[in-house]
Design a protein. Structure first.
Length: 104
């Protein structure tokens, strides 16, 4: 059966960037963080606690995702809040959750 996808192939440079961002997301802690940040903005400490990792590990995960342009941060006094900045991440997470989510 022939594929019906008619979009023009994406430039290899753009696909390399996409692969880097997908590799960045391809970690269970980072995926969990994204799920949480799609619901609300959270601090490093809140994310670390929710994911069961030390704060310095959570900070490194956040730094990697921010480097790919997936996250934004907002400072409120001494607190820094993180949220998902890339709108397509929500659609990607819905695909992941529909395939791998709990069936209960």
């Amino acid at each position: 059966m022939k594929a019906t996808h008619t979009a023009k192939p994406t430039d290899l440079k753009n696909l390399q960037e996409a692969a880097e961002c997908l590799r960045t997301l391809a970690h269970p802690v980072r995926l969990h963080m994204v799920q949480l940040m799609l619901r609300e903005e959270l601090t490093v400490g809140e994310l670390a606690e929710a994911c069961g990792v030390p704060s310095h590990v959570a900070s490194e995960h956040l730094r990697m995702m921010q480097h790919c342009g997936l996250l934004a941060r907002r400072q409120d006094g001494r607190r820094i809040y993180y949220q998902v900045a890339e709108p397509t991440v929500e659609r990607l997470m819905k695909c992941i959750e529909s395939r791998f989510g709990d069936e209960s």
